[in-house]
Design a protein around this ligand. Structure first.
Ligand code: FAD
Ligand code: DLZ
Ligand code: SF4
Length: 515
């Protein structure tokens, strides 16, 4: 019998030629397994655009490997023999090919890595699990960094990553004499008819076939594939990265926290999808951004801000995920259990900020960081939505959502459900913040300047009510000392009117009334 020596199993978020499991793979000898499986497509009800992106990118990656001479064993979702799970497909392939060894790169998510470790004891063939070298900081390195520290401040981790990569460094010192230029960032934005448009990649025949499949099999899921415009090949993802660096990076920092009704993307990169599934190498994107600065095409505050998101936040978030799993997904320090309102699936709420952010999510399977953190996340935390339900919603609706990156961002950063392990204070805000950073309040049925009453911006009363309700957990937080002093100085009548206003809003929310 002609034995395939190695079977390399590549997952849907491992679409990189530099993948550790492909290292040393020999096209003349080895077989690559990829599979679309219902288990992965349904563990949460993913947005249609997310499933279409992943399946189409997988099929294109399989083609890329085929052109390199590899033999592919590729299972499509609607193949009659598809067993429906990673384990089932691996077992079928192992039976059919009798490989000497199975090689995988460790899964990015705890759930799937657990399955991989079970394969090691349940399969007769040796299974080699290799580390994921596409991250700058290995799990072990992050563990070493975290060990013995009282608090895990991202900024210090980030500086180590700057030193490690040499990005924006002058010898031992940071370029420009400072590590962080955020004071120059985070301004409101003005509408700009001349702002360039982000590139759109019309679907080719492969993507159209996938779109058909998704509309057939996942008709009830969020969104529509009608305007599918994601890059699904490495070459197009590269084009998207180059367009970002040329057209948007120079203004990235300044408008990073801004929100405008007519410009959902502003100067954000829209690269997370491609980085997370392996079409773009995060370090290469950072080096290209650094080059733009060195060649005088983008200012330091913008480039430093962008690089920090990737080598700082992205890596730090992954480190936290692996430190805290399993169990992190059930964190709930405020002990809150309110179910998600129906408008999380429709955007039908009178709160213009929340409605706009959710509608964008439905339309694009994307919303930028501030929509996720300070609009939807803030609302969820202030009203006390169940953090696990909030986590599952985020994991479903964004095309870049994989648990390793989504979970700490939701549970730790946005919901403070881990009690402050990750964030030093809750990202809570009243309407004033949204009004400063967006144009949403102008078109809202609520009045951001009113503090209480049925026409007042609900976030104003909810903000104080949240702090009051959770004083037991939060009042000793020194970063909230000033806020609690203001609360304590408030007259009892004022406090009571905030409580009543918030309570009325929550009653209407719970009754399913339009809010
Ligand atoms: P840009 O604003 O252009 O930023 C550049 C890159 O930096 C991103 O592409 C991303 O790779 C990285 N980055 C920036 N912030 C973060 C961060 N906090 N954590 C990790 N990487 C970061 N990001 C995901 O990739 N997947 C998620 O499921 C996800 N869920 C989130 C949920 C919440 C509640 C919050 C607050 C943030 C979440 N983020 C998530 C982080 C961030 O919002 C997205 O990475 C970003 O909006 C993606 O859009 P972009 O590529 O235009 O980012
Ligand atoms: C997200 C996703 C979906 C929807 N479908 C598949 C799939 O059918 N096949 C596959 O290999 N990967 C898929 N993925 C991505 C996986 O869920 C992801 O690789 C793991 O969660 C990583 O741990
Ligand atoms: Fe949002 Fe309040 Fe502004 Fe309306 S008034 S958009 S609810 S912040």
């Amino acid at each position: 019998m002609n034995r395939a020596r190695h079977l390399v199993f590549v997952l849907g978020d491992q679409l990189s030629l530099s993948l550790s499991s492909l290292e040393g793979a020999d096209p003349k000898r080895d077989v690559i397994l990829m599979c679309e499986v219902i288990e992965e497509a349904t563990y949460v009800p993913h947005h249609k655009l997310k499933i279409a992106l992943i399946f189409s990118a997988m099929r294109h990656f399989a083609e890329e490997l085929t052109t390199k001479g590899f033999e592919l064993r590729y299972t499509r979702l609607d193949d009659p023999d598809n067993s429906g799970s990673f384990t089932g497909e691996l077992a079928r392939a192992a039976t059919a090919l009798s490989p000497e060894r199975i090689i995988v790169t460790e899964a990015a998510e705890w759930r799937v890595l657990q399955a991989m470790e079970r394969w090691q004891s349940s399969f007769a063939v040796p299974i080699e699990i290799r580390g994921d070298t596409r991250f700058l900081c290995s799990k072990a390195e992050f563990g070493d960094w975290a060990r013995g520290r009282r608090s895990l401040t991202m900024e210090y981790f980030y500086r180590d990553m700057r030193r490690k990569t040499g990005l924006l460094m002058r010898g031992k010192d940071p370029e420009g004499g400072k590590w962080n230029f955020d004071v120059e960032n985070r301004k409101p934005a003005q509408p700009d008819l001349f702002r360039p448009k982000h590139p759109v990649f019309p679907p080719n025949a492969i993507t159209l076939e996938v779109i058909n499949l998704v509309e057939r099999q996942f008709s009830g899921n969020m969104g529509s594939t009608k305007d599918f415009g994601f890059a699904v090949t490495r070459a197009d993802a590269d084009r998207a990265a180059r367009a970002f660096i040329h057209d948007f990076l120079p203004n990235f920092g300044e408008t990073q926290d801004a929100m405008l009704t007519e410009e959902p993307f502003l100067n954000h990169s829209l690269l997370s999808f491609y980085i997370n599934i392996g079409l773009l190498d995060p370090l290469a994107v950072c080096r290209a951004a650094e080059r733009a600065y060195l060649e005088g095409n983008a200012p330091l505050n913008a480039v430093e801000g962008f690089i920090r998101q990737i080598i700082g936040w992205r890596e730090y978030i992954r480190g936290i995920y692996w430190m805290k799993m399993p169990g992190y997904e059930n964190s709930n320090v405020f002990d809150v259990h309110r179910p998600l309102p129906d408008f999380f699936w429709s955007g039908s709420t009178d709160m213009n900020c929340v409605s706009t952010a959710i509608r964008q999510t439905i339309n694009f399977a994307y919303a930028h960081h501030i929509h996720r953190l300070m609009v939807i996340g803030n609302f969820s935390m202030l009203v006390g939505l169940d953090p696990h339900a909030v986590h599952e919603w985020y994991l479903s609706v964004y095309a870049d959502a994989f648990e390793w990156v989504e979970l700490p961002n939701v549970i730790g950063m946005s919901q403070f459900a881990d009690g402050g392990f990750m964030a030093s204070k809750p990202y809570a805000a009243s309407g004033a913040y949204i009004n400063r950073m967006s144009d949403y309040c102008e078109g809202c049925r609520y009045d951001v300047a009113m503090k209480v009453g049925k026409d007042a911006c609900p976030l104003n009363a909810l903000y104080w009510d949240f702090l009051d309700r959770n004083a037991g957990t939060l009042s000793s937080n020194h970063r909230l000392a000033q806020i609690y002093t203001s609360w304590h100085r408030m007259g009892d009548d004022k406090k009571q009117s905030y409580r009543e206003s918030a309570s009325l809003f929550l009653q209407r929310l719970d009754a399913g009334e339009r809010v």
